[in-house]
Design a protein around this ligand. Structure first.
Ligand code: FES
Length: 261
């Protein structure tokens, strides 16, 4: 599956709030809606969707704010929020039995941001499979399906994953052995233990963790908007201290020693 991150700002604005919910179909994608927060209208501006581990998240928030300020008389950016969604190559969720290796395992995933509807479909299909041994839609959503429509997208994505793996490892071998870090900054340095991700918190504390993703060994990248280590290959994410935030990885990153120079 591909992983996608998307971002939202919660704004306090002067003047009247938009009445409806709006989104465009072009690029860059933007959405606007209003949330009632204890009687106060909070304008939510969303967009800047991107694959995990790609580009600067800080710059994405800045672009979203620029759009918001062009569109409204913004008094305050009160909240920032992001989420991560998984989607399949033919954009139909995987719902059903895991196949020959799954024994009694069933799965429901790959909703592509449509979890409210996909979750209901999963409830109907899985309960049909478990109680009656079948469901009329199970073939369409089968995790074991193979179709030519998704094959090209699958191959392209895996070629991109291979490119990330190769170029990021090459870059890590050429990386410096030391780094100068501002608060909320992070970088990968080269050590005898392999690539190490070093970051500095807003309060100045240094953290060092292995920069190798435990899932399939891609080199992690620093997320400068949310202070996390993100994997460009399949979307795993980790806190600066190495705790898993998003899968597919299930192991934390080992801590490494860090020295101030
Ligand atoms: S290598 Fe697969 S998520 Fe990192």
């Amino acid at each position: 599956m591909k992983t996608k991150r998307s971002h939202v700002l919660g704004l306090r604005i002067a003047g009247s709030s938009p009445k409806g919910m709006y989104y465009n179909t072009g690029d860059p994608y933007r959405s606007i809606r209003v949330h009632d927060l204890d009687g106060e209208a909070l304008v939510l501006v969303g967009g800047e969707n991107h694959e995990t581990g790609q580009g600067s998240t800080k710059e994405r928030y800045e672009r979203l704010e620029e759009f918001a300020r062009d569109s409204f008389d913004v008094e305050e950016v009160a909240y920032r929020w992001s989420t991560q969604d998984y989607s399949t190559f033919d954009r139909v969720p995987y719902i059903g039995h895991l196949g020959p290796l799954g024994k009694n395992g069933y799965v429901a995933t790959g909703f592509g941001g449509w979890g409210m509807t996909g979750g209901v479909a999963a409830g109907a299909i899985l309960s049909g499979l478990l109680c009656d041994g079948e469901h009329s839609h199970s073939e369409v959503f089968s995790p074991a399906r193979v179709n030519t429509a998704s094959a090209k997208s699958f191959l392209t994505h895996n070629a991109e994953v291979g490119a990330h793996f190769t170029t990021d490892w090459a870059r890590s071998l050429l990386a410096s052995e030391e780094a100068t870090l501002r608060p909320a900054d992070g970088t990968v340095v080269r050590t005898d233990d392999g690539p190490v991700g070093v970051s500095r918190s807003e309060s100045g504390e240094l953290n060092a963790v292995s920069a190798i993703c435990p899932h399939m060994k891609c080199v992690l990248r620093w997320n400068d908007g949310e202070e996390s280590w993100d994997c460009p290959c399949h979307g795993s994410r980790f806190s600066p201290e190495g705790k898993v935030l998003d899968g597919p990885a299930i192991e934390d990153l080992p801590r490494r020693d860090v020295r101030e120079r």
